[in-house]
Design a binder for this molecule. Structure first.
Ligand code: DBV
Length: 258
């Protein structure tokens, strides 16, 4: 099937994609920054395949949404729906390194065994107080309010901890009505507050020195390399779309600052 999406800012049109409301919120909130399309080849703007038993093949659809602005190097969202249940929104907003800003990271994943929600303003330089103090001072109270209403997400890989802030909202919730209610009543308002804080930081950000920009760039590249190397979706994407396509997608679209 062909997609009529021409560029990364064209709206997503995946039928019954569970996370569409969150991308609508993001699109609306970011429209004040005059976003322009981010160059992405057609083969990565839209991709479709089939999986499962030959007698009853199921469809998997992936679309990539994205933009850039004067302060945001790349905002991109991998939007995937596989069959009835499996539904992924992997959104990362990466500022230019000449602003002292964190990444905005949202990994919303529905699998047959439940929903996994990871949301954070992720530090490029976790041990640098100039980089973190302004963010964490505002984020920790927001986090405390919403995380207290959610079950914990459990252990995360120890090597990944350096890429998360103390405000990392992390939970695993069951499928079904209870899960849906938690997504509507807790995850949605939490997402709004995390995104608003991030975009306010972007609005107020001032250019930093050349020397400090280099430090930020190194921190950003380390984060991108880690995520590209350890992408938990690699196996799933390879199963759906093949190794070559997946490696190009992960290393040259999703985490393209290495
Ligand atoms: N995760 C991605 C991309 C995805 C994606 C690009 C296109 O970075 C999906 C899709 N994340 C995805 C899937 C799973 C997870 C898990 C499908 C489930 C894997 C499984 O259980 O089979 C946050 N995502 C996770 C986990 C975490 C995150 C902590 C659980 C642990 C894991 O399975 O590794 N955000 C994610 C993450 C980092 C981050 C791993 C690392 C720094 O910033």
């Amino acid at each position: 099937m062909k997609s009529n999406r021409k560029n990364s800012l064209d709206p997503i049109s995946i039928p019954n994609w569970r996370w569409s409301h969150f991308l609508e919120i993001t699109t609306k909130a970011c429209s004040i920054f005059q976003p322009i399309p981010y160059a992405i080849d057609n083969d990565f703007l839209f991709k479709e395949s089939f999986f499962g038993a030959r007698s009853n093949p199921k469809k998997v659809t992936l679309e990539t949404w994205g933009f850039k602005t004067d302060k945001i190097r790349q905002a991109r969202c991998a939007c995937l729906q596989a069959g009835e249940i499996t539904s992924v929104m992997n959104l990362v907003i990466s500022p230019f390194n000449n602003y002292d800003l964190p990444f905005f990271g949202a990994d919303f994943v529905t699998l047959p065994n439940g929903h996994l929600i990871a949301l954070d303003l992720q530090p490029a330089l976790k041990n640098d107080i100039i980089h973190t103090q302004n963010v964490w001072a505002n984020l920790e109270s927001i986090h405390a309010n919403w995380q207290s209403k959610l079950p914990s997400g459990g252990e995360i890989p120890s090597e990944a901890r350096q890429y998360f802030s103390p405000g990392f909202l992390w939970t695993r919730i069951p499928l079904g009505d209870d899960g849906d209610n938690l997504i509507t009543q807790i995850i949605q308002p939490a997402f709004n507050e995390y995104l608003k804080l991030f975009l306010d930081l972007v609005s107020n950000a001032k250019m930093i020195s050349e020397e400090r920009s280099l430090k930020l760039l190194n921190g950003q590249k380390k984060y991108m390399r880690y995520r590209a190397n350890k992408d938990p979706a690699r196996g799933m994407l390879r199963g759906f779309f093949g190794d070559l396509w997946t490696e190009h997608y992960i290393n040259h679209i999703l985490f393209d600052l290495q």
